[in-house]
Design a protein around this ligand. Structure first.
Ligand code: GLA
Length: 375
C-alpha cells in the first residue's frame, strides 16, 4: 500500500512539473488587433508579441513600425521604453520617425541624387538640400503585409512589402521583408532581406527612440550610460549632416564611447549633439556588439548586436515638444536612436562600403536588441 502511494505521489509531482513547464512554454503569444485606417483608407493591424519574462513588443503594419516595447526594471516593474503615439492618426502625420522601418535608403543621400550605371537618379529632397530616410513616402509610410511566426522558443511577425520600380525615384522592383522575433531571453531580433530586378541602393534600419527610464518618465537620456567598445572611428559631417568622407579616430574626442560614459557628460562640446555614424572595428562578418546602453536608476540595459558595418547614434536633438503616448511631451534628448546601418551617402562615395544591390543578390541584415536588468 505504501509503495502504491509513493508511486502516485511521484506521478503527481511529475505531472505538476510538466504542467508548469508546459505553461511556461505557452506564455509566448502573438496576437493582432485592428489599429485604424490610413488617410487612404487602408486597414492597419497591430501585432503584440509577449514572452514569459515580462517583455511585450507591439508592431504595426504601417511602416512595420514598433509602437511599444515594455520591459521590466530592477524591481520587476514594466514600462514602455520607446517614444511613440497612442493612435495611427499621429503616426500618419509627419513625425520624427518613431519606431519605423527606414528604407530604401536610411539616413541621407546628398542633394537627393546619385549616379548608377551612367544614369543620374533624382530623389525627393526632404531634409534641407538632401534626401532623408527614403523620401516623402519611404518604407515608414506604407502598409506592409504581415504574417505571425511561431517557433519553439520564440515568436515573431514577418512583414513584407513590394516596392515598385521608380518608387521615390529608386530603380528596380524590390521585394523586402523585415521579421521581428522575440525570444525567451528578452531579445528582439530584426531580420531583413531584399531582392531587386535592377541595380539599386538599399540600406535599411530600425528607428526606435529609446528611453530606458521609461518614455513617460519625463527624464531625458542624458543620464543614460553608453559604451560602444568597437566604435573606433566616426564620420565627421558638414552642416547638412552629410559625411565629408573622412573616417576619424574617436580617441581624445568627446565622440569616444569605447569605455562607458554618461551621454550628457560631453554632449555640450559636440555641435548640435550626437548625430553621427560610427564605424565598427570589425574582425569578421556576422553579429557583433555595437552598443551597450544602461540607465542606472531603473537598472534597465540594452545591448545592440548587428551585422552592419556601423550605426548612427542620435540623441533626439530635433525633438521639440511633440506630444506622444499618454500625453507625454517629448522635448530635446527625450529619447535616443541606435540605428544599425550602412554609411550615409554611400551611393555618392565610392570609397564607402557598397550599398548597391544587384539582380540575383540578396540584401540581408540581422540586428538584435537584447534587454537586461542590473541591480
Ligand atoms: C536620423 C538622422 C537624424 C534625424 C533622425 C530623424 O537619426 O541621423 O539627423 O534626421 O533620423 O529625425
Amino acid at each position: 500500500m505504501k509503495r502504491m502511494s509513493m508511486l502516485l505521489l511521484f506521478v503527481a509531482c511529475g505531472l505538476c512539473a510538466f504542467g508548469a513547464l508546459a505553461r511556461e512554454e505557452t506564455f509566448f503569444t502573438v496576437t493582432s488587433e485592428p489599429f485604424g485606417k490610413t488617410p487612404q483608407g487602408e486597414d492597419v493591424e497591430q501585432y503584440i508579441l509577449t514572452n514569459h519574462k515580462g517583455m511585450t513588443v507591439k508592431i504595426m503594419t504601417y511602416g512595420a513600425t514598433v509602437t511599444s516595447i515594455q520591459v521590466p526594471d530592477k524591481k520587476g516593474e514594466s514600462a514602455d521604453v520607446t517614444l511613440g503615439f497612442d493612435s495611427l492618426a499621429k503616426y500618419a502625420e509627419p513625425h520624427p520617425y518613431f519606431g519605423v522601418t527606414v528604407g530604401r535608403y536610411a539616413n541621407r543621400i546628398a542633394n537627393g541624387k546619385f549616379s548608377l550605371n551612367a544614369r543620374t537618379y533624382r530623389l525627393a529632397v526632404n531634409n534641407g538640400p538632401n534626401h532623408l530616410h527614403g523620401g516623402l513616402k519611404g518604407f515608414d509610410k506604407v502598409v506592409w503585409k504581415a504574417e505571425p511566426q511561431h517557433f519553439q522558443h520564440n515568436v515573431g511577425v514577418k512583414f513584407t512589402y513590394f516596392s515598385r520600380d521608380g518608387e521615390e525615384g529608386y530603380p528596380g522592383n524590390m521585394t523586402v521583408s523585415v521579421a521581428y522575433i522575440l525570444s525567451e531571453d528578452n531579445e528582439l531580433t530584426i531580420d531583413y532581406a531584399a531582392t531587386t530586378d535592377k541595380a539599386t541602393p538599399v540600406n535599411l534600419t530600425h528607428h526606435t527612440y529609446f528611453n530606458l527610464a521609461g518614455a513617460a518618465s519625463g527624464k531625458t537620456i542624458l543620464d543614460h550610460q553608453l559604451r560602444m567598445p568597437a566604435a573606433t572611428r566616426y564620420l565627421p559631417v558638414d552642416k547638412g549632416l552629410i559625411p565629408t568622407g573622412e573616417l576619424k579616430d574617436v580617441a581624445g574626442t568627446p565622440m569616444d564611447f569605447r569605455s562607458r560614459f554618461k551621454i550628457g557628460e560631453r554632449i555640450g562640446s559636440v555641435e548640435g549633439g550626437y548625430d553621427h555614424y560610427y564605424v565598427l572595428n570589425r574582425k569578421k562578418p556576422g553579429l557583433m556588439l555595437a552598443a551597450d546602453l544602461y540607465e542606472p536608476e531603473s537598472g534597465r540595459g540594452l545591448l545592440l548586436y548587428t551585422t552592419e558595418p556601423g550605426l548612427q547614434f542620435y540623441t533626439g536633438n530635433f525633438l521639440d515638444g511633440v506630444v506622444g503616448r499618454d500625453g507625454a511631451t517629448y522635448q530635446k534628448n527625450a529619447g535616443l536612436c541606435l540605428e544599425p546601418t550602412h554609411y550615409p551617402d554611400s551611393p555618392n562615395k565610392p570609397e564607402f562600403p557598397n550599398t548597391i544591390l544587384q539582380p540575383g543578390q540578396i540584401y540581408i541584415q540581422k540586428s538584435m536588441f537584447k534587454f537586461y536588468v542590473k541591480k
